[in-house]
Design a protein around this ligand. Sequence first.
Ligand code: AP5
Ligand code: MG
Length: 214
Amino acid sequence: MKVIMLGAPGAGKGTQAKRIADKWGIPHISTGDIFRANIKSGTSLGMEAKGYMDQGLLVPDELTVKMLLDRVSQEDCKEGYVLDGFPRTIPQAEVLNKALTELEDSIDYAVNVDVPDKNIVSRMAGRRACLSCGATYHVEYAPSKEEGICDRCEQPLILRDDDKPETVTKRLMVYHEQTLPLIDYYTKKGVLRTVDGTQDMEKVFESIVAILEG
Ligand code: AP5
Ligand code: MG
């Protein structure tokens, strides 16, 4: 099972990708989480990525593509994976397609979690994230059991640096310009499926399971 999650920042890609990964027993690979882990541990990749991320811009493809290809070539990806936040540009999609074609393989589904821009800013302001395990919460829609502490790994939850309203607005602009063309790209490949991401999280997951089990 190889699945790509598409959707605007804050659409719920990470929330749903985690659940897919748990249900199918495959890794959840979020390029955003990998960058944040690198920032936290102070690597040079992290330092370079941070400059772009804090401005709401995409990290250049040269830094992103190799990191992703290294990750999906690891042993635990043999049975599949859920990609969350990659690809994000047409060139990234083409690199992934080429790498898979060389292995006589392909993506099964690109799931587009559709949420209008007007819903996004309030979702982001309430989001809390765990930098240790990548779990995501929302103060209103998905609170952790103990405020500020991750249910899964008991580490402190943070408000992401790029979740300020002005940065979210910039990320939405970048999404429309650079990532939205992927909807067309995967439609043409016949693997795009769209779910209504404004439903509650449980309903969104049910819709995705129906597609993946389809
Ligand atoms: P990344 O970490 O991928 O951020 P993003 O795409 O902007 O998406 P988010 O993680 O913000 O949102 P999400 O869709 O995962 O939503 P979530 O499930 O958390 O990337 C960050 C940055 O890294 C980029 O800006 C870029 O700089 C860089 N980067 C990453 N990948 C890159 C790449 N390939 N190329 C170049 N640069 C790259 O949900 C959001 C909130 O809403 C949560 O609080 C959640 O609890 C809540 N929520 C979720 N679903 C629902 C629901 N159905 N109803 C109500 N609330 C909900
Ligand atoms: Mg995410």
